[in-house]
Design a protein around this ligand. Structure first.
Ligand SMILES: [Zn+2]
Ligand SMILES: [Zn+2]
Length: 161
């Protein structure tokens, strides 16, 4: 399965498509058998007229981490410096100090769904990297508040290359 190493061991796959023209991996974060995470981000949060939440890059930087509510493990979900097709480095930048809050209830306790798009098989081979799981071209992250139930669709919707 194509998946970034940073959350491969905390991922419950719900859908996987492999084809000559499409490679997609989708699923939910899981840790300690639970799906309850406190999120922190780097970037800029914006809301549209309907209160939809968007995490956008700020000064070229966007990142998202998830901390398990049970054991405190920190999981790197996305970092545009070290993850994705056009990543610049192999190591994540430190940071991610801003707590994500549910726009409706203010809590930071989310169910986290991630969808990744990859280049086709030929392009992945041409890349000549052992780390194909990190060579995704698009990442979408959807959150569901574990406190009030509000779904925050595509909070992060980011094309990496
Ligand atoms: Zn845990
Ligand atoms: Zn909420």
């Amino acid at each position: 399965m194509l998946i970034p190493t940073t959350f491969a061991s905390n991922f419950q796959c719900t859908q996987q498509k492999n084809g000559s023209r499409e490679n997609t991996t989708a699923g939910d974060l899981i840790c300690c058998g639970k799906q309850r995470f406190a999120l922190e981000y780097e970037g800029e949060i914006k809301y549209n007229l309907w209160g939809t939440t968007y995490l956008l890059s700020q000064n070229g930087r966007v990142a998202l981490t998830a901390r398990c509510k049970e054991c405190g493990r920190n999981i790197l979900v996305f970092d545009n410096a070290s993850m994705g097709y056009d990543r610049q480095s192999e190591t994540a930048k430190p940071g991610c100090g801003n707590p994500m809050r549910c726009r409706r209830c203010g809590e930071n306790n989310f169910f986290v769904s991630i969808c990744l798009e990859y280049p086709d098989d030929q392009d992945l081979q041409d890349l000549d990297t052992p780390d194909t799981g990190n060579a995704f071209t698009w990442i979408r992250v959807t959150l569901k508040c574990n406190n009030c139930g509000k779904k925050h669709s595509k909070v992060l919707d980011y094309e990496t290359g």
